[in-house]
Design a protein around this ligand. Structure first.
Ligand code: NDP
Length: 330
């Protein structure tokens, strides 16, 4: 049984040397616990932000196994709630096997493929749906801009926006990702922020201004986008990946002035805040997938030992769609 711990906390950018793969004894479930075998682990930008200090959860400290949201199957159960072979979602760690209290894991349907439980019907799809619907509240015909548009959350935000009849403009790094966002995901336009001149390019792509900005990155891109918002626009503060892997945070410098003058609403959220509406999100996403309006994009890396590089790569933009690590067979 293997696990990966954060051997030391990064001062600047995250590197493989900050992790250590360890052999540890197979855990034994105590009363009321289950032994879980990891099948898929979600790799999230948030993994890096948890290393920066306490957030909506405890900080990850040196020596801790890396926390993760995982899809697992039950190997042994001492609880009547779960049986061997059940598929569950669990707050877990980067490891082959873990034990968890049975009441803390969620039994899931055996959908095909299981990876959809982490992508479109998991954190990515739900974050996109809840953030856009509850905070962005777009109306048909409005313009939505979303950053990290070729990533997991961003890709679903834009596709939901198109399904709702909005004009959708992405922001992504590099010409290949921008082509993917327009050609494969069906966005109306995509701005390559690595090419520079983001303000001009975004202004050209949004002739009617921006009504909803779904922000996944923060920093300079947030500053630029705020400058193009329409009056009474909504800024969905989902994340700030440009600020996670650096000791040098930047921008935006136009706050709060731009919010006042344009009567903007900026509101943050954590996907769990809207858990009461998860079933509604799943139904809507299932319908859009069935109608071909949402394409499921996944980026699966094989092998527990490759989890550190999968996270480092995500922070540097080498993923397209929802990144996850496959630890065990379905
Ligand atoms: P993604 O799949 O979106 O991948 C992250 C992408 O971010 C990369 O592919 C990269 O794409 C882009 N990126 C990296 N660095 C920068 C930068 N400096 N400036 C601009 N873009 C950058 O990852 P996640 O789905 O895990 O996360 C996306 C966002 O959603 C994060 O901010 C995360 O914290 C947030 N989130 C929030 C949740 C909530 O409940 N509020 C839940 C889940 C995620 P590119 O090549 O285009 O640069």
């Amino acid at each position: 049984n293997r696990q990966i711990v954060v051997a030391s906390l990064p001062q600047g950018t995250l590197e493989p040397a900050h992790f250590e793969l360890q052999d540890v004894p197979m855990p034994t479930p105590q009363d009321g616990e289950v032994l879980l075998r990891t099948i898929l682990m979600s790799i999230d930008a948030a993994n890096r932000s948890w290393m920066q200090g306490a957030t909506y959860r405890d900080a990850v400290k040196a020596g801790d196994p890396m926390p993760t949201y995982a899809i697992c199957d039950v190997v042994k159960s001492t609880s009547p709630r779960l049986s061997p072979g059940d598929i569950v979602a669990a707050e877990s760690v980067w490891a082959d096997h873990v034990t968890r209290p049975a009441h803390k894991v969620q039994k899931l349907p055996k959908v095909e493929p299981l990876s959809h439980l982490l992508s479109v019907y998991g954190i990515a799809g739900k974050t996109a749906f809840h953030g856009l619907m509850q905070i962005g509240q777009p109306l048909a015909g409005e313009t939505i801009v979303v950053s990290a548009a070729a990533g997991s959350v961003g890709g679903y935000v834009g596709q939901i926006g198109k399904a709702l009849g909005c004009r959708v403009v992405g922001i992504a790094g590099g010409p290949d990702k921008c082509a993917f966002v327009t050609d494969a995901l069906g966005f109306d336009a995509c701005v390559d922020y690595r090419a520079g001149g983001v303000f001009k390019a975004l202004r050209a792509a949004c002739p009617d201004g921006i009504d909803v900005y779904f922000d996944n990155v923060g920093g300079d891109i947030l500053e630029t986008t705020l400058g193009l918002m329409n009056e009474r626009g909504r800024v969905v503060c989902c994340g700030a990946i440009s600020q996670y892997d650096t000791t040098n945070p930047t921008g935006p410098r136009n706050l709060p002035g731009v919010v006042v003058v344009k009567r903007l609403r900026m509101e943050g959220f954590i996907v769990m805040d809207f858990a009461r509406d998860d079933a509604k999100a799943t139904r809507a996403l299932q319908a859009w997938v069935a109608q071909g309006k949402i394409k499921v994009t996944e980026d699966i890396v094989d092998g527990l030992e490759n989890a550190p590089q999968a996270l480092i790569g995500l922070l540097n933009g080498d993923n397209t769609g929802k990144r996850m690590v496959r630890v065990g067979a379905d």
